[in-house]
Design a protein around this ligand. Structure first.
Ligand code: FES
Length: 107
């Protein structure tokens, strides 16, 4: 069974994407060509161009960010309490329906 993720791009447009368990949130975004997700390091947790804000209802279900992810997020322009690097978020069935806002500034 697929997992549905709703991305809200920096212009406010919603994109509903079918994803599969085991891929990363970044992989689901890039496969669907979601605007604002560059993922220039290819998922190595160093570029922060896959920065998203996770809706609070799902944020608590995610595995906590490790030290490297926290350090990389701290370098972004607009880190928020629910910020994550989407390449570090593996998708599971429990995340079905998750709402993800793409950060407006990917630096
Ligand atoms: S793709 Fe570079 S930090 Fe996520």
């Amino acid at each position: 069974m697929g997992i549905t993720i709703v991305f809200i791009d920096p212009t406010g447009k919603e994109h509903t994407v079918e994803a599969v368990a085991g891929e990363s949130l970044m992989q689901a975004a890039t496969a669907a060509q979601i605007p604002g997700i560059e993922a220039s390091c290819g998922g190595n947790c160093i570029c922060a161009t896959c920065h998203c804000h996770i809706d609070e209802r799902w944020f608590a279900k995610l595995r906590a960010a490790d030290t490297l992810e926290q350090d990389t997020l701290a370098c972004t322009n607009e880190p928020q309490p629910t910020s994550r690097l989407s390449c570090q978020v593996p998708l599971t069935d429990a995340l079905n329906g998750m709402i993800v806002r793409v950060a407006a500034s990917q630096h």
